[in-house]
Design a protein around this ligand. Structure first.
Ligand code: IPE
Ligand code: IPE
Ligand code: MG
Length: 257
């Protein structure tokens, strides 16, 4: 059994195919450009989402193989409900289908799966599928794959503040105990280190309400590549760039110290 559990990202394959580069521990991705990918081909937007899901499936395996410890992807925002009903419906269908596939693959690959965002807005069967994914993979020790659905950073922070206020009222939290670490522990990402690298596909220069707290000191990499076309080479380019950055966290350059 233990042998079977030893999946990619945690076995002898971990760290493979990275050209000797330092691999960021936590990579966050804004998967954008599905609609434009479809439009370029004269296809309905839904086809772009379908291809985007296939790309994501491959990317999870590639990241695990490279030895990335945490991969967080932004798949559906709190604002995406504003899209036409048929597009939202198609996205929900894709979540259903891929949640099942992901469960099988995550078990095989020793990947732990976690959702961030507010799941109560989803239909009961989808909530059950998400719970199952989290429950069945919680003891896996390979890469942690975090998917942000019905996620908005302002919503996450608002829920955290409300929760802290309730705890203060109940007497289980004192206002003076509210430190940065305490705030982090009330967020959906509690216990997960902040992303080292943020990748956004399709060239938009904005965060679109993604991880506003957690990305405070992450390195950003924006590519014009549309999400369905994203691949190992594109990821390696991002990691190569990351390797050239000097992270100062508000300090001074190592060269002038
Ligand atoms: C990203 O692709 C997927 C979701 C936000 C669900 P888009 O659907 O935003 O694609 P573009 O930006 O319209 O090309
Ligand atoms: C960001 O993409 C949200 C996700 C990728 C889930 P959007 O396409 O929704 O972002 P905007 O509207 O261009 O800012
Ligand atoms: Mg978009």
């Amino acid at each position: 059994m233990a042998e079977e559990k030893k999946g990619i990202g945690f076995g002898e394959n971990a760290g493979s195919g990275t050209d000797g580069l330092t691999v960021p521990a936590h990579v966050a991705m804004i998967l954008d450009g599905n609609g434009r990918w479809a439009k370029k081909r004269g296809l309905p937007r839904q086809m772009g989402h379908k291809k985007g899901c296939e790309t994501l499936e491959e990317m999870i395996e590639i990241c695990a193989e490279m030895g990335i410890r945490y991969l967080t992807v932004y798949a559906f925002s709190t604002e995406n409900w504003r899209r036409p009903q048929d597009e939202v419906g198609a996205l929900m269908q894709l979540f259903r289908y891929y949640a099942k596939r992901l469960l099988k693959r995550a078990k095989k690959s020793n990947v732990r799966v976690k959702m961030i965002g507010e799941k109560r807005r989803f239909s009961p069967d989808l909530i059950e599928a998400i719970d199952l994914l989290e429950r069945e993979t919680k003891d896996n020790t390979g890469m942690t794959f975090i998917f942000a659905v019905n996620y908005g950073a302002r919503d996450e922070i608002t829920r955290a503040v409300r929760h802290m206020a309730e705890d203060c009222k109940a007497g289980t939290l004192k206002p003076e105990e509210i430190t940065e670490a305490c705030v982090s522990s009330y967020l959906d990402t509690a216990g997960i280190p902040d992303p080292d690298l943020l990748i956004r596909t399709s060239g938009e220069l904005r965060l679109s309400n993604f991880l506003l707290w957690q990305l405070a000191y992450s390195e950003f990499y924006i590519t014009d590549c549309l999400w369905p076309d994203f691949n190992r080479e594109e990821l390696l380019s991002a990691i190569r760039q990351y390797n050239k950055r000097e992270r100062r966290f508000g300090g001074v350059s190592a060269a002038v110290k």
